[in-house]
Design a binder for this molecule. Sequence first.
Ligand code: C2E
Ligand code: CA
Ligand code: CA
Length: 409
Amino acid sequence: MSETAKKNIKKGDVLIREGDRGDSAYVIESGSVEILILRGGNLMQIGTRGPGSIIGEMAMIDDKPRTATIRAIEDCTVIEISRADFAHRVESADPIVKMVMRVIMARYRDMIARTQFMQMPAYMTAAVENAENSGELHDLAVNAIKIHNELKAALEKGQLVLFFQPIVAVQEMKIAGFEALMRWRHPEKGLISPGVFIPVAEESGLITEMSHWALGVSCDALKAIHAVVNPGTTDAHGPFVSVNFSVKDFSAGNFSKQIKSVLQSKKINPANIHLEITESLLMEAPGAAKDALEECRSFGTSVSIDDFGTGYSSLSYLHHFPIDSLKIDQSFIRAMSRDPASEILVKSIIGLAHNMNIKVIAEGIETPEEAAMLKKMGCEECQGYWFAKPMPLEDLLTFVKNWTPPLIA
Ligand code: C2E
Ligand code: CA
Ligand code: CA
């Protein structure tokens, strides 16, 4: 994807020149600009635009010459949106949005072609622009572009970090593996939770780059962990690292190839990497996801269904999918100690999963009672604050070295 970036424009600078070809539009973040057209050799001002306005948006459609000159009346900051970036956004949008965008763009192009003959007066073009620049939709779009740009910069500046949370094999009371969980170390706002920025990244398509990054960092972490756990050996059965993926990661169509090439270049045994996919992802894109996961399993990576029980799938549906384990969502674990019906539910999920040869991981264990109940039910692995919170790699290595299994009834 091409760059979207902030630019500072000095008072009097020309951002867009009439007659030039351009492939970027701009969102004014601060300051204001004037719109000028050349008439009889003189520049005539036909309007001004301030923060929140989009200018030069025709470039999103084609590379026809610019129809006006845009000059800064005061110092401005603008966010540049390139045509390639815009096309990428349209491509990665929800199918309905994508379809509507295509129709609108085709009609807009058509309208422009016709009005060129009619010589639409400038005040009319300005009115059209004003109508498009107002409203909530516009604010949302501008906000999403802003966060997208900040997030992209964060990725480039190394502000994204992975924390790791231990997953414990409760029958043997050994560390089975770790889940990689993303954090944004914001210079002013501090640690930002993935619940805030992952949805934005999914929306804008940046998630693919972030997932790729997370997989690479997880591979490096795995090597560091193995160096502590099995110094001098490369044990295929040592602890695993589980990495989260989103529905957008599958839309490119080369998911399994990408995974394979990262694992190969990092020289990681695929058995030590688990892929976590939410249950709702499987429901959204069963065909594509199923094939991609099948391929990943064929070269040895394990696949876990995340947040099991929160989507719409039924247990009977599970055998359609190529999976090795399922992670019972923490809401069930929370309910379990309060309510006998939930306990029965968890017990039957474990039983049915085992009948299908699927391992069970319970999430969100906060008390020794929960751990004891799950151990008794035959659940293989548990993850939760009671064992350990997610932590930076450095702390994790110390944690692994000093690990003494807690006592469970
Ligand atoms: P998740 O995959 O279900 O991750 C488990 C979440 O439960 C983590 O929240 C973890 O910190 C939290 N947790 C673990 N043990 C306990 C516990 O005992 N009690 C409670 N109350 N919570 C516990 P976190 O780290 O805030 O992540 C939230 C979600 O963000 C994740 O949910 C996952 O969906 C998403 N996410 C995080 N990292 C990534 C990533 O690298 N890629 C993608 N696509 N999504 C990610
Ligand atoms: Ca997860
Ligand atoms: Ca989960």
